[in-house]
Design a protein around this ligand. Structure first.
Ligand SMILES: NC(=O)c1ccc[n+]([C@@H]2O[C@H](COP(=O)([O-])OP(=O)(O)OC[C@H]3O[C@@H](n4cnc5c(N)ncnc54)[C@H](O)[C@@H]3O)[C@@H](O)[C@H]2O)c1
Ligand SMILES: [Zn+2]
Length: 376
């Protein structure tokens, strides 16, 4: 990318991933504008102290036409991170912020002939549902999301779509058929398809980054609906057992936020992956139970995680990203889970008293059916 193409708009730039992209771009000499509405569920105390003062900050909604039109002025690269997320029951708000907001942003760029040279959109590995798996008989298969009935009966395994036998999870490459089976995931599919399709129509380079579970300093401690690491940390810091759904054997691909930010810079500064969906993650599996134990060990507390026979319909059992594609442009995850958790805990300790928002939200999660119990 040439010297003058260095003005970025980072939507959601006050959030976990956006703010780390902002810091990295500024370090690399870019001019950066942030558009963020400071969503109250995430930013309980208003504008966070970590919003880099060297960036231009604008508070506003991505789905507001005029706000977006003015935010896009004189921008070379858009990093579109703002999204409505989490395990919330709303449907219309996801579609408004994520799907509609993205579609309108793309229209604005085209209709006003804005000189945007690249759009990088934050997608998610949630687009894969259960991802790729291996059946002892049928080899490589793409299982369906586990039916709530099966989970209610206490069977948490992922079955082969052909023969019904239990499968083993394998790293999921980008070519795996997806679709999204939660409202959040559906809108992530919308966002990446809209961006990549628009890129083909307009000839403007685009990349959709499918992030795995991202964690690190600045991850909201206030939002009880997202982020297993944040929730486990606040539980343990308030002397309570982390609550695991299912049997705690679910595995996640946990990626430190600075690795995710670097992936954004890498795809923005090469044309090699233009027009593609691209996985970004650690490429490794960590079980929820191991995670609880790593966090407890880092905190120096002896509190065991608790499995109470609960599950969340729609939850993925094990999804690990195959990161071969992004490795071709020099990406390599640099932070181990132990290092990353230590960095996150150091940060939490600078954030004042910690409260257990999860405990307060629990009854509501159950009343809304977001969390259910195994029968018997
Ligand atoms: N954190 C993860 O594990 C993860 C995984 C996969 C994909 N993603 C995606 O990465 C992106 C960033 O996620 P994050 O983890 O940094 O979340 P975050 O909640 O920390 O940050 C999102 C930011 O967007 C802002 N925002 C929300 N709605 C907005 C609106 N209508 N207008 C303007 N700003 C708005 C919020 O105030 C917040 O600062 C999202 O698109 C998310 O879907 C995150
Ligand atoms: Zn089979």
């Amino acid at each position: 990318m040439s010297e003058h193409q260095k003005r970025a708009l980072v939507t959601g730039g006050a959030g976990l991933i956006g703010s780390h992209i902002v810091d990295l771009l500024l370090r690399e000499g870019w001019t950066v504008r942030i558009l963020d509405n400071l969503e109250p569920q995430t930013h309980k105390n208003g504008k966070p102290a970590w919003v880099n003062p060297a960036a231009e900050f604008r508070q506003g909604e991505v789905q507001d036409y005029e706000t977006m039109r003015t935010a896009l002025q004189d921008i070379d690269v858009v990093f579109h991170e703002a999204a409505y997320g989490g395990y919330m029951p709303e449907m219309a708000k996801y579609v408004l912020v994520n799907s509609f907001g993205t579609a309108q942003m793309l229209e604005i760029i085209r209709d006003h002939n804005l000189p945007v040279k690249k759009v990088v959109v934050a997608s998610s590995q949630a687009v894969y549902s259960e991802g790729a798996a291996k059946c002892p008989e049928h080899g490589h298969v793409v299982p369906l999301l586990r039916p709530a009935e099966q989970l209610r009966a206490g069977d948490f395994s992922v079955h082969c779509p052909v023969c019904g036998r239990a499968t083993q999870s394998i790293p999921t490459p980008e070519a795996t058929p997806g679709g999204g089976e939660t409202v959040y995931a559906l809108t992530k599919v919308d966002q990446e398809r809209l961006v990549l399709l628009w890129g083909k129509q307009t000839g403007i380079p685009t990349v959709a980054l499918r992030y795995s579970c991202t964690y690190g300093p600045r991850q909201s401690l206030f939002n009880p609906y997202t982020g297993v690491i944040a929730i486990f940390c606040t539980r343990l810091l308030t002397g309570q057992q982390p609550v695991m759904y299912e049997d705690g054997g679910q595995t996640r691909d946990l990626c430190f936020v600075e690795d995710i930010a670097r992936a954004n810079l890498l795809v923005a500064t090469t044309d090699k992956l233009d027009g593609l969906p691209v996985n970004v993650g650690s490429g490794r599996a960590t079980s929820v139970r191991d995670l609880a134990n790593v966090i407890a060990a880092q905190l120096g507390v002896e509190i065991q995680p608790l499995a109470r026979g609960e599950f969340r319909p729609g939850e993925i059992r094990s999804l690990i990203s195959d990161i071969s594609r992004i490795r071709t442009i020099g990406y390599e995850p640099q932070t181990t889970i132990e290092q990353g958790i230590a960095r996150y805990i150091d940060w939490i300790r600078t954030q004042g008293p910690v409260e257990d928002y999860f405990g307060k939200a629990e009854a509501g999660l159950r009343a809304k059916g977001i969390v259910q119990s195994v029968k018997g």
